[in-house]
Design a protein around this ligand. Structure first.
Ligand code: PYC
Length: 404
């Protein structure tokens, strides 16, 4: 019975921290766990500790809208997220854990000539990279989503959309649990309730982390802490050009299947999907002020409900079941900051805004490669922190407007 309990657990409690690890990963969300998983799986690096200040998945990984897509505007972003979608497609099989990935398509609505141009530009960038994405007009939208109000009744009538067939939703908690189980089985130690309070360097190089449970030496330290990234990187003396905002979302009471495509409108600042439990998951853009306060607002509920009802008047009687806020760390060009920092062997995954969850497997594989080989993979070179000094920004604003 005891053995059965041990085998069935997602990961094993590991007791005290060791005095030294090859790699310490700060942050037990999808990025930190994916990095640990791929370090062990792809490179045989097992002497790894994931340190999480709360429970695993307690940050942005457990507080997002579960959308996976790769229809970005920049070639750098589209290529990167394209690889992420490919990895997500195989991840349930890889982890032997059902992540409930449902690729039932993603429509980004356009309500103006300007928006139609942006969708066309995104479609062309996507197609050149082999990503299934194209502009569709109202007649086709009506076939893909007959529930949508395509009349000229809404304040912003729908002129067209970017249709991205591989876009989908996945069970976010399952992604965290599956990666944690995979990492644990491969030998990684996962330590929840372990807060990093200091990062030590000698010369230009990282040497150890201090925690509420003692000091730990490490050859390499990775910060994968989403909303807390400026604070954690600040402990190593690394300054990030990031501001932290909250993004709010809510789900309704569950109802029978009604909507099998994801609907996003940048102009109306709203996105809607129906979860596998039957709830409508609805969100808006980030709040414009910077804060760490995870408190929802009535204003958010009012405006997102109003906008959703313009698109789907049929949802009028649904009750709101619960709301949440997630912390988003925003970079100036809306692209992530991924890779080495000026402190040797101190690497960072940050600046994800509202996109981080979609990138988990590709962040894991590329950061693991960087840690194991010391070389930055080409795919993530454009996202280096250095770009803010060399003026080589990767402006992803056009694909981010709904949530930035
Ligand atoms: O980028 O797909 C997205 C997204 C949806 C909600 C927040 N971000």
């Amino acid at each position: 019975m005891k053995d059965l309990f041990r085998v069935n657990r997602m990961w094993r409690p590991r007791g005290d921290l060791k005095r030294r690890y090859d790699v310490v990963i700060v942050g037990g969300g999808s990025h930190g766990l994916a990095t640990a998983y791929y370090l062990a799986k792809n490179h045989g690096v097992q002497n790894v500790a994931v340190l999480e200040q709360s429970y695993i998945g307690s940050g942005a990984s457990g507080r997002n809208t579960t959308i996976i897509r790769s229809n970005y505007r920049t070639p750098e972003g589209a290529l990167f997220y394209g690889k992420s979608v490919e990895l997500y497609e195989r991840l349930s099989a890889d982890l032997d854990f059902n992540l409930m990935f449902s690729q039932h398509g993603h429509l980004t609505l356009a309500h103006s000539d300007r928006a139609m141009n942006t969708m066309q530009e995104r479609a062309e960038v996507n197609q050149l990279l082999g990503i299934d994405s194209r502009v569709v007009l109202p007649a086709e939208i009506a076939r893909l989503c007959p529930q949508l109000d395509l009349s000229d009744g809404p304040t912003w009538p729908i002129m067209g959309a970017l249709y991205h067939r591989p876009g989908g939703i996945i069970r976010h908690d399952a992604v965290v649990w599956g990666l944690a189980r995979g990492a644990d089985r491969a030998g990684v130690e996962i330590h929840p309730n372990t807060t990093v309070t200091g990062i030590e360097t000698a010369g230009d190089r990282v040497t150890a982390v201090e925690t509420n449970r003692g000091r730990v030496e490490a050859d390499v330290v990775v910060s994968a802490t989403a909303g807390w990234s400026t604070l954690v990187c600040g402990l190593a003396g690394v300054r990030l050009p990031i501001t932290t905002h909250i993004l709010q979302a809510f789900v309704t009471e569950p109802v029978k299947p009604f909507l099998d495509v994801i609907i996003v409108s940048a102009q109306m600042h709203v996105y809607v999907s129906q979860t596998d439990r039957g709830e409508f998951l609805i969100g808006a853009e980030i709040e414009p002020y910077t804060t760490y306060k995870s408190v929802g607002t009535l204003t958010f509920l009012e405006y997102s409900a109003r906008h959703v009802l313009e698109l789907f008047p049929q949802l009028e009687r649904l009750k709101v079941l619960r709301t949440w806020t997630g912390l988003c760390d925003l970079s100036p060009d809306y692209s992530p900051i991924l890779g080495p920092t000026e402190v040797e062997n101190f690497h960072v995954s940050a600046g994800w805004g509202t996109y981080g969850f979609k990138a988990a497997p590709i962040v894991g594989t590329t950061l693991a490669e960087l840690v194991a080989t010391g070389r930055t993979p080409d795919l993530i070179a454009p996202f280096a922190l250095e770009r803010f000094h060399t003026d080589t920004l990767v402006s992803e604003l056009a694909a981010a407007a709904v949530s930035h």
